[in-house]
Design a protein around this ligand. Structure first.
Ligand code: NAI
Ligand code: 15L
Length: 268
């Protein structure tokens, strides 16, 4: 049967807030969890991914988890370790102990951020492109994908790892024209990832059907994802403001954009 009760971790965040608005229309009964409380949501669970008991209680009786919680940008190794590496492990352990069979994991383009971006005529980036994390943050997403594979192979817990491009109400950079996922397409993709049968561990790219797309959406489409949006209507204005991507600018050379050139966050 299709999952109905879904734990949404990271529910107070940017994407969590968008999905709280959009996913109930697909028939989900969302249980919310975040480190921070959420105004107007007195039933939301306020818990840290470090709290294993709280996670067990939070996943108990749910059909699936949409795991968005964590640090969503580059940070210190200690913080990434605690929230994204140990935190994701704790969540999978809670799912295993409580018999939850499906997780949708918010991975990121930054797990493969050092992949050169396609230029005129190059093929789209395939979903099995080698891992090339561009940050410790991206490395933690790479870990999450491997953890998902382990929990499928060893424990039969299914995961769709969604390498999200940029999911915001509108694209705000020329790079984002290529990797943007509209919130409505985000909800379509998460719904497909929650309901498709026989996914084992599947990695998909998460974006809209952008004219300037850099990566292949076929594994997402195979789950039943049918994107409806395209960033192209935003192109003229963004290019007028920021210029076209510059082949000589290292911030424009890779899928991960400026994450590839950002200095590390100290101390490690
Ligand atoms: P966000 O930073 O706005 O939200 C993350 C939420 O996780 C926050 O509300 C935060 O309080 C919560 N959180 C952090 N550490 C926690 C912990 N230890 N325990 C419990 N909750 C914790 O990030 P956003 O943009 O909403 O992203 C959500 C997820 O999607 C993140 O995992 C991010 O890495 C991933 N992602 C998002 C993209 C985007 O375009 N928004 C792109 C690629 C990946
Ligand atoms: C991410 O992984 C971040 O969580 C998000 O804030 C954006 O920076 C996005 O990638 C992006 O690459 O635009």
């Amino acid at each position: 049967p299709a999952p109905r009760t879904v734990l949404l971790t990271g529910a107070a965040g940017g994407l969590g807030t968008l999905m709280r608005g959009l996913l109930p229309a697909y028939g989900y009964d969302l249980r919310l969890l975040d480190l921070r409380g959420i105004e107007g949501e007195p039933d939301a669970i306020v818990a840290d991914l470090a709290d294993r008991e709280a996670l067990r209680e939070a996943v108990r009786g749910t059909d699936a988890v949409l795991h968005l919680a964590g640090i969503s940008l580059e940070s210190t190794f200690d913080k990434i370790l605690r929230a994204n590496i140990e935190g994701t492990y704790n969540l999978y352990e809670a799912a295993r102990e409580e018999g939850v069979r499906r997780i949708v994991f918010a991975s990121s383009n930054h797990a493969v951020g050092f992949t050169p971006r396609p230029r005129g005529g190059d093929p789209l980036i395939p979903v099995d492109t080698p891992r090339r994390p561009d940050t410790l943050y991206g490395l933690s997403k790479s870990f999450g994908e491997d953890l998902a594979q382990l929990y499928w192979d060893k424990h039969g817990i299914e995961t769709v790892s969604v390498r999200i491009g940029s999911c915001f109400p509108e694209p705000t950079s020329v790079r984002m024209l290529s990797v943007w996922m509209s919130p409505a397409d985000g909800a379509r993709l998460f719904h497909a990832a929650l309901t498709a049968e026989g996914v084992g561990h599947t990695v998909v790219h998460g974006s809209s059907a952008n004219t300037r797309l850099w990566w292949d959406l076929s594994s997402a489409r195979a789950l039943g994802y049918d994107p409806r949006d395209d960033s192209e209507p935003y192109a003229r204005k963004l290019i007028a403001e920021q210029g076209e991507l510059d082949p000589a600018n290292p911030d424009h050379a890779h899928l991960g954009g400026h994450f590839c050139t950002n200095p590390p966050v100290w101390p490690h």
